[in-house]
Design a protein around this ligand. Sequence first.
Ligand code: IVH
Length: 690
Amino acid sequence: MEISREEAKKRIEWLRKEIWRHNYLYYVLNKPEISDEEYDKLMDELRKLEEKFPEFITPDSPTQRVGAPPAKEFKAVKHVKPMLSLDTARDEEEIRAFDRRIKKELGVDEVEYVAEPKLDGLSVELIYEDGKYVRGSTRGDGIEGEDVTENIRTIRAVPLVLRDDEIPYPKKLAVRGEVIMHIKDFEEFNRELIQKGEEPLANPRNAAAGSLRRLDPRETAQRPLDIFFYEIMHYEANGIKIESQWDALQTLKKWGLKINPYVKLCKNIDDAIKYHDEMEKIREDLEYEIDGVVIKVNKFEYQEALGVKTRSPRWAIAYKFPPRKEETQILDIMVQVGRTGILTPVALLKPVDVKGVTVSRATLHNEDYIKEKDIRIGDWVRIARAGDVIPEVIEVIKEKRTGNEKEFSMPKECPVCGSHVVREGAYYRCTGGLSCPAQLKRSIAHFASKNAMDIEGLGGKTVDLLVEKGLIKRISDIYRLTKRDLMRIPRFAEKSAKNLIEAIEKSKNRGLARLIFALGIPNVGEHTARLLAEKFKSIDKLMKATEAELLAIKEIGPETASSIVNFFNEERNRKEIEELKKLGIKMEYEEEEGKLKGKVFVFTGSLKDFSREEAKEIVEKLGGIVSNSVSKNVDYVVVGEKPGSKYEKAKELGLKIINEEEFKKLVGIEKEEEEKKDRGRIVTLDEFFK
Ligand code: IVH
């Protein structure tokens, strides 16, 4: 049956309203009235009608979640007000102190709190104008974030249109919420990654963050993300007044913005502490990760009186759960040899799932740690993921001992090269130096790494192969590699071999600071390397430096000074440096290297050729500093496309303003650097232990 234009318009409008209503019932009230099939039918009908009458398509139509073309990069956008973070407390005493302080400051006997789950995702700001979703951004540095409007649009729990049947929505509304990935979706996602031969991600938060930051919204749409809202950041009061966090949550819900079902209004701090303990118990049963609870003073009047510090409010606190522990058994203990020869004992575990990540190894740090906790091979232990990814043995479950457990002691010889091992403080060190293949591999990989000589294509696995095939026996061998050598390695073909040889050639001119860092002198990080380069200007002078001369540099302490002197006293190291010099590696300091020393940069607007992170890295490499706010101490304001208010302020202050091209000239960017580089990646367990 043919449908008239007029009828189609009406039907489309009805369908949209009906779909919005079902979204609300499903996502916000958690009380669906129709089955998924029935819902899909409505969507199908709408899609077909819109196909036939495309003139009726509107951006807020439920069919329009994915439509935007891939972005080239994310624009920077300023939040309506700073997105603050939270102070944290780890035990009841700290929470009680928080409560005491608040009561004292307010001069009252009891304070009402709202307690909410602390969702382990990433926080975002969403803006609605006239009830329509218009912008979404990541938190970024709290002041400015990345514009991910189109990606957030793909999240089904995000209403594209607000409801106003109970409370009228304001003309402009900014809300904050947390984007999360459910644990089962995360596991599924990781299985897919593994199948594709890619590295699995460490946790659902990283997966959510990665998914939200896809340049192509279609990719975001394929990853099941969810959201909970918890803050009204700004609203234009059209006759409504919201007076407390509890009010705010209820209002969000009425507008169709999903709040977490576990939020609770607490009479006093005892209530809130009880809430924390209860949430900790049900934590494992939730479909998503929470890492604590957030306790917020309820009344806005009180919140205002208490105020905010630079980065966090005085009226809220995160009460974190203790790290998650899982039980498993130590099958064996092995010893790994690091770049500087330090031996680290590692427990090989019966694989155990710690919230979505299979853990089969855990660090035991050093011998003292093993002794102190009385850890034995065969023991049942509790492990936790410290700082997210690196698992660690927390305690031994002594009740499970059978008597067959074996004590472990550190080897007297290096397990890799057999060299003599010496004790230094809490650590043992292999004396084999670069004749130890383990140390050699790691030293080469460090030498070639991005912040050192930046040899693209000379990463962990390639280095391992080159060392194993005997093609690299010391650092200088990198520069003796030929295309023919590389072609003997299974990883390489004509083109990749040529590329690596070129990358090696390029690395000869990275400058003195990077070279010093690349040498891997114990205690000499990037910063110290730069100081040394600036002071001594050439490797020859640095080699002759005495401890006293080194100590004269303000930031260098006795330990670092002596390790530098020891390093250059080693005949082997001096010879290597001579070799590198003969092979054409630049060893003189060029003023270029520190030319931005102490200079302060501010970026505003988006740059064509770099992300903010990349630009920051470049400035810091040259000794400069990147700041987020404009003040008279700023030396350069780099203005990209669509600059924010910082640009205006910079003009007001009469600061030096430059564009992207001028910035490139200033930093002397080579073509090569402009090519998009491998962005920071999450380190997986296996990489960590490598
Ligand atoms: S309130 C001033 N509430 O925890 C308001 N934060 O550092 C500050 N988070 O970055 C945030 N669940 O990403 C708040 N119910 C909740 C939260 C929550 C998770 C995150 C948020 C923030 C971090 C705290």
